[in-house]
Unconditional design. Sequence first.
Length: 396
Amino acid sequence: MRLALLLVVCAVSARAQPESTPASSAAADDPIGILVTRLDLERYKSTIKGLTQFGDRRQGTDRNRAAIDWIEAKLKSYGCANTERLKYAYSPQEKPQPSGPPVAHPDAAVGGGRYRGFRAPTGVNTDPERQTDAKLRALDTQPSVPGAREEVYCTKVGTLHPDEMYLVGAHMDGHGWGEAANDDGSGTALVMELARVLSSPEVRTERSIRFVLWNNEETGLNGSYAYVAQRAPLQGRESPPGSGQYPEPRWLGMIQHDMMLFDHGMPRADGTVAKEQRPEADVNIEFQSRAKQAEGAQKLAWALHAANESYAADYPAAVGPHMTNTDSTPFMDLVPAISVRENERGTEIGAGWDPHWHQPTDVYATFNDADFRLGLNAAQTTLGAVARLTGATRAE
Ligand SMILES: [Zn+2]
């Protein structure tokens, strides 16, 4: 008997992964904690799975347009009803805009950090034959055509300050002949899940929140640059005058989500990466120390870090100063802007920590629950932070 009991105790303490119970669930009177419990692993996974039915969702293709329609229908069904589309044009001939700040010395990573330890090769796969799934290869075959583009967003209107908002974004386009499950189905699903929870009719926020699914990130942040060019001048204007409506509330901050699932650690000396999520995996929150709004961006980053401490179930957060190469870049000199990721973009993802990045293996089946749970923890982090920053409450 005694031995049997001991074995039971050992088996319990050796369990690899705890359940994803938000840290705040004990505080039943915390309205934000209650909102965080409305996120769950199965819903998050099923939204990622839904996005992968459109293959790599490459910009300028039918599968990209079908994915935008699907995302818009979902947002409406969540109660984020007044969806809108930003329209712009894209051609690969146009002059690229900067993806990040200039890098100071030759061996620095993008964003300004320094590489350490082992590195593995990175790149974008352009060879269809490397996709061994014939059905997916066929789905990803239609090439991109230059021309008109669209991206969708919807807005939760603030009750007290409808003229001010936080932008919560991710890019819905991908490439590499896979399903863009992680890059960036994982970020897109996170933003959609936050839209679902916060659009619930009994949730009130004092300030507005806009949920944006950028297009053309992979070609050089063209969708987010177009948004900034078209809409920055409209900030804070009431239209029509006297209506109490603000088509472009004044920007208070921008939070981007890009690749949320995979933190298996540094490549080994032979370039291979561990098969399982490392137990010390974390959510990487980055601001850009060389941005004009670095001071405010840093504060925003720490607000997410604090929300992680309160609300994320399994994985901690880390803050770093090298945000780069994602849709927060076009905002970073105008408004506090940060990115949330599985790893630091420059020194880690850029050093080959994610072997599925832009590869045919970036498909839903590559990832397991320990991976998906990192993305869920990032969702708990941003939801908690944005709910605090916008003064979210629940009407009883
Ligand atoms: Zn990405």
